[in-house]
Design a protein around this ligand. Structure first.
Ligand SMILES: Nc1ncnc2c1ncn2[C@@H]1O[C@H](COP(=O)(O)OP(=O)(O)O)[C@@H](O)[C@H]1O
Ligand SMILES: [Mg+2]
Ligand SMILES: [Zn+2]
Length: 488
């Protein structure tokens, strides 16, 4: 088998159709992830209750234009023998279906409002709606990116929408439904097309790759589905490039390199080092990833994504389907052992680091400093518990200084004079952890009474948890302490 036999040579470019167009669904059975829309339309067609105007909303590449064309076919199809009526399964063979598919049907007019914002085009439409269709059952006007129409164009259109002739249908598509005037919205049947779920995308890309005779690693398709972020078109464009790049072989490594994704494994290593409060390991992991070409900013985006995924997992038990396999395992492991307070603090520190990387003259230096701060923060006791103790709840017992090597991950046995379990870095009792933000956790556990802290304590806390928004975390304590400081 010679996979490269049909690969287009550079000179063949005009014959080459990008995958996203080649695999445009011809009917509703090919439209993935939009079942509710198809169901509602089926019912309408079956009951012969067709709206005058439909509005399709959704992010780019989820099937708005495709759906608009399928609707035009569905309501105009006459069946192969010319006797059929509107159907949810357009035949694809009658004159109407073929003309619409080829984009040559006189009665189906597509207009892109992004390039025609003037009233003139709308005037033309309004003139034309008075005449009966040339050959089809309905004249169909498909207006894409309809939110771009000017105010005058809307006003011109509104009159027609108020009393559309029975042989005219409008299909509007938009990525920004908020910009569509309410007077128009109220005259349309609205369909919200959804981002297509990760697993459906991955399965779809596997089918397309196979149909193209390409050999794709499942992990590569997983990465493409994650990068597509719900958009079928975006994913197909990436797949297209990946197939071209690998000459028919689509490997995870190639996709990673192509997408400029920071190596996700490097991010897992990095976060592992941070969570172990192992500053040296964190710097080493960063140096290695950086040398391999990872961008500091992308690494921090990766860290934020993992912290977010871990927090979500700890609360809902659900794993983000956008994660690769290696990350999924790590996220599950972290979600079981880390407490929410620590995750919140790490999120803040990572986010701050992300901002600093952008501003600093040397991105790598800023990244290193931020990582050190995170590793340091991970080795600190939970400030909620610390606050409870500093404010005198337990008679002022001293917090044992956490050693730099003390792992923040995993259960740490409370010592005899230790405060309640949530004071220990790392693990919190699952019941308290499950659904409460840190401040509430502390209150629920009775650890942090609403008592003002002396300002030196606030200052010390600020210094100990750089970047952490203490006021947001402990409004009562810190605000009072700060007031005192201002007053003094
Ligand atoms: N729901 C979907 N099911 C299958 N393919 C889709 C879907 N949405 C988009 N596509 C693919 O992406 C391409 C562009 O889709 P399109 O309908 O133009 O998206 P939109 O108008 O929402 O930006 C299609 O040709 C098709 O290959
Ligand atoms: Mg479109
Ligand atoms: Zn047909």
């Amino acid at each position: 088998m010679d996979l490269f036999a049909d690969a287009p040579a550079a000179g063949d470019a005009p014959h080459y159709r990008v995958l996203a167009r080649k695999y445009r669904p011809a009917d509703f059975s090919g439209l993935i992830g939009q079942e509710p829309v198809v169901q509602t339309l089926s019912n309408a067609i079956r009951q012969n209750r067709l709206a005058h105007a439909w509005l399709l909303t959704g992010v780019r590449g989820v099937g708005k234009t495709s759906t608009a064309r399928i609707i035009a076919k569905a309501i105009n199809c006459t069946g192969p023998d010319g006797t059929g009526g509107p159907t949810i399964h357009p035949c694809g063979r009658c004159e109407s279906c073929r003309g619409i598919a080829a984009g040559t049907h006189l009665d189906v007019v597509e207009m892109d409002a992004a390039s025609n914002t003037g009233v003139d085009d709308v005037r033309e439409i309004i003139e034309a709606v008075r005449y009966k269709p040339a050959s089809a059952r309905f004249k169909v006007y498909i207006i894409d990116e309809v939110h771009m129409l000017s105010k005058n164009a809307w006003n011109a259109l509104l009159k027609t929408l108020e009393e559309p002739p029975p042989h005219v249908k409008f299909v509007f598509a938009t990525t920004e439904v908020d910009k569509v005037p309410p007077t128009i919205l109220s005259r349309c049947q609205r369909f919200d097309l959804k981002r297509v779920p990760h697993a459906r995308l991955q399965a779809h890309f596997a089918e397309v790759a196979a149909a193209e005779g390409a050999v794709a690693e499942p992990e590569a398709l997983d990465l493409i589905a994650a990068a597509a972020d719900g958009s079928v078109r975006d994913g197909l464009s990436i797949l297209d490039q990946a197939i071209a790049l690998g000459g028919g072989q689509v490997t995870a490594d190639a996709v990673r390199a192509m997408l400029g994704l920071a190596d996700r494994r490097a991010v897992v290593l990095l976060l592992d080092a941070v969570l172990a409060a192992d500053a040296r390991a964190a710097l080493a992991a960063f140096a290695e990833a950086h040398a391999a070409g990872a961008e500091p900013l992308a690494l921090f985006e990766g860290l934020l994504a993992l912290i977010h995924a871990t927090t979500r997992r700890a609360i809902s038990g659900a794993t983000d389907p956008g994660l690769g396999e290696g990350e999924r395992g790590a996220v599950e492991r972290w979600a079981e052992t880390l407490d929410l307070g620590l995750l919140h603090r790490l999120w803040q520190l990572a986010l701050k680091g992300h901002g600093e990387i952008r501003e600093a003259p040397r991105a790598d230096h800023a990244a290193e400093m931020a990582l050190l701060r995170m590793a340091h923060g991970a080795g600190m006791p939970d400030p909620v518990a610390l606050l409870g103790r500093l404010s005198g709840e337990d008679g002022g017992a001293r917090e044992p200084a956490p050693g730099a090597q003390q792992p923040a991950v995993g259960p740490s046995a409370p010592s005899a004079d230790a405060p309640p379990a949530d004071a220990a870095p790392g693990r919190a009792p699952p019941a308290a952890r499950a659904d409460a933000p840190p401040a509430d956790t502390a209150r629920a556990a009775g650890a942090a009474p609403a008592r003002a802290l002396a300002h030196p304590v606030v200052d010390a806390l600020m210094a100990s948890f750089p970047g952490a928004d203490l006021v947001a975390l402990f409004p009562d304590h810190v605000a009072h302490g700060q007031q005192q400081r201002m007053a003094g």
